[in-house]
Design a protein around this ligand. Structure first.
Ligand SMILES: Nc1ncnc2c1ncn2[C@@H]1O[C@H](COP(=O)(O)OP(=O)(O)OP(=O)(O)O)[C@@H](O)[C@H]1O
Ligand SMILES: [Mg+2]
Length: 602
């Protein structure tokens, strides 16, 4: 079952915390310890100064050290505290950080696996993997921003307020008021900046999308000599990125004005008030030093804070973006009490099936078709007549809107998808291969197959001979999606894979269309072997591929217009016989039917 993941960005980020409860709690304590020790240092300095200023003018080294003993120990203790707490939390981060990322990626990928075929035809793989990455980075960063920035700053602010309040209430009110206003305004500004950051990010990802599209189509660019055109095309999007970038940066610049001006107000104000209080004898010189250095520390922290707010919102924005797309409802789910499909005879029945990919454009209206156990059926029809759709429905890549599909009288919507697809071998027109070795690619049909079984399957599919000629043989890598093989070679690998899978239902959707007639004939023996004892559906435009099937079913615009054996259909002189006659390889004689008129005759 897919993992249950929350869909709101905050909840999503928090969801993974519970797996690291104790280390994260310890990190919170260590960070608090570090921030506390750091901010108490000015207090230790105050104690030292107060002791030193009260000493008589003529004093001995021993006296200085004996009276300073307490404050100095506090100072050393706090300095050690900063060191130990920060490194302890650093060590835990090494443990938690990568594990947290692994967990979020793993869960997102697991959830993604359960999405429907439609989902993957609508969302591009590049952008999905990019999103998994962004979301997991977002989860980590937002958590660390809260842990290493917001949380220590809260400690720093509160401890300093307490320290100042113990010295002088008026100063404390001034400082407290400033902190409150600063944090509120920064928060509001940062949440407004989100809008700019988002459109900047959108412009950036648009540019990378355009670059990817251009690079993918580089062959088009070359063949049409459109290099300049592509550069101009890209430039428009780059210009947009610059515009959005400047808008964002200007907004940030305004935020910085706010920061610097408010820092100035705090700095000068505190200094002025502290001097006055000292003059009035309300605070000692040590307290004066402490208050002013505390306010400098606070300003430093606060400056970082508004930047952190911005980043934090950006991370949350990224999470929400990715989660919104990836964690949508799964379209095709196993029924609640779905059991495994039990195949005994492998009979297939389409009963009153109605289906459309998108509303309003019906592919099948009331499709009825029974395929008997071990029957070999060929599907033909014009491009777009619904042959591949038929197969997509049988494998439940899409759910039908009306009717039923049965295999051995079991509704395929009521059994688990894994068990359904486990009983069907499918060889598509354009088979995809993993960028893994050929051995692994073929073995995908049966994970525990021995090497010899793999070689045997490859021999039957007539793949063995070309594989052995490759420099690395069965260990060859075949490039993304298998691009380093020819179309026909890929088809033969797919056939070998299906031979290993050896399931009771076999579907070939134009599975030999990229093979020349000679190679097709060669592997025909292997295919016949593969088809033995199985229920088979073969889709082919090349009619010679299916002419020997038990039954041929002719599709036209989503309807079955004819069916029967090759000979029967030729006799009826309908759709099929017309198609057959049009195909030179099928019926037409080797020589042209009528002699061509020659100009030389005249
Ligand atoms: N993923 C899809 N989304 C929307 N419409 C689709 C999709 N796939 C196919 N169609 C439409 O459904 C109809 C049937 O297509 P299908 O792929 O089943 O035809 P086909 O008979 O296999 O054609 P071909 O011989 O060219 O492979 C076509 O009109 C097609 O445009
Ligand atoms: Mg098709």
């Amino acid at each position: 079952m897919p993992p249950k993941l929350p869909r709101s960005p905050f909840k999503f980020a928090l969801y993974f915390i519970k797996f690291f409860k104790w280390p994260l709690l310890a990190m919170l304590l260590f960070e608090a310890g570090q921030a506390g020790s750091q901010i108490l240092l000015p207090y230790a300095i105050k104690e030292i100064i107060d002791v030193v200023t009260k000493l008589p003018a003529q004093t001995t080294k021993d006296l200085v050290f004996s009276s300073l003993e307490g404050p100095l120990w506090i100072f050393v203790g706090l300095s050690l505290g900063v060191l130990i707490f920060s490194r302890a939390s650093g060590a835990l981060l090494i443990y938690v950080g990568p594990a947290l990322r692994r967990l979020s990626r793993f869960n997102l990928y697991s959830y993604l696996q359960y999405h429907s075929h439609r989902f993957f035809t609508t969302n591009f793989s590049g952008s999905l993997s990019n999103r998994i990455n962004e979301v997991s980075v977002g989860v980590n960063h937002s958590l660390w921003t809260a842990m290493f920035d917001f949380w220590p700053v809260m400690i720093t602010f509160s401890v300093s307020l307490v320290l100042v309040a113990k010295t002088n209430l008026q100063l404390a009110f001034y400082l407290g008021g400033w902190v409150f206003l600063y944090v509120t305004v920064s928060f509001v500004l940062a949440s407004r900046a989100r809008k700019y950051a988002k459109s900047f990010a959108a412009a950036r990802s648009k540019v990378s999308g355009k670059v990817v599209d251009s690079v993918t189509n580089i062959l088009n660019t070359k063949m049409f000599s459109r290099k300049e055109f592509e550069r101009q095309y890209l430039k428009e999007y780059l210009d947009l990125e610059v515009k959005k970038g400047r808008e964002t940066l200007w907004f940030m610049e305004k935020m910085r004005w706010f920061q610097f001006v408010s820092a100035l107000i705090l700095q000068v104000g505190i200094m002025y008030m502290a001097v006055n209080h000292w003059l009035a004898g309300a605070i000692t010189i040590g307290e004066f030093t402490m208050v002013t250095s505390l306010s400098l520390l606070i300003i430093n922290d606060a400056r970082g804070l508004s930047r952190r707010f911005l980043e934090f919102f950006e991370y949350i924005g990224n999470i929400s973006d990715g989660v919104g797309i990836m964690l949508g409802e799964h379209e095709i789910l196993d029924a609640v009490e779905a059991g495994p499909l039990q195949v005994r005879k492998a009979e297939i029945e389409f009963s009153h099936v109605g289906f459309n990919y998108t509303d309003g454009k019906e592919v099948f209206k009331d499709l009825n078709l029974k395929i008997a156990s071990k029957e070999k059926v060929g599907l033909v029809g014009f491009s777009g007549s619904g042959k591949t759709t038929f197969v997509n429905l049988l494998t439940r890549l899409y759910d039908i809107q009306a009717g039923y599909i049965f295999i051995d009288s079991q509704d395929i919507a009521k059994v688990t998808q894994d068990s359904l697809r486990g009983q069907i071998s499918m060889i598509p027109q354009d088979p995809m291969l993993f960028h893994r070795t050929l051995l692994e690619n073929i073995r995908y049909g049966k994970l525990d197959a021995k090497d010899e079984e793999v070689f045997e399957a490859a021999k039957l599919a007539h793949a063995d001979e070309f594989i052995r000629e490759l420099p690395d043989g069965y260990q060859s890598l075949v490039g993304e999606r298998g691009v380093k093989l020819s179309g026909g070679q890929r088809q033969r690998i797919a056939i070998a894979r299906a031979i290993l899978k050896d399931s009771p239902i076999l579907i070939l959707d134009e599975a030999t269309s990229s093979l020349d007639s000679k190679t097709e004939k060669l592997i025909q023996a292997g295919l016949d072997n593969l088809m033995k004892g199985k229920t088979v559906v073969v889709i082919a435009h090349r009619l010679s591929t299916i002419s020997h099937m038990d039954r041929i079913v002719v599709f036209d615009k989503g309807e079955i217009v004819e069916q029967g054996s090759h000979e029967e259909l030729l006799k009826t002189e309908g759709h099929y016989s017309m198609l057959w006659k049009m195909q030179a390889g099928g019926f037409l004689p080797e020589e042209p039917v009528a002699p061509l008129p020659s100009k030389l005759d005249h």
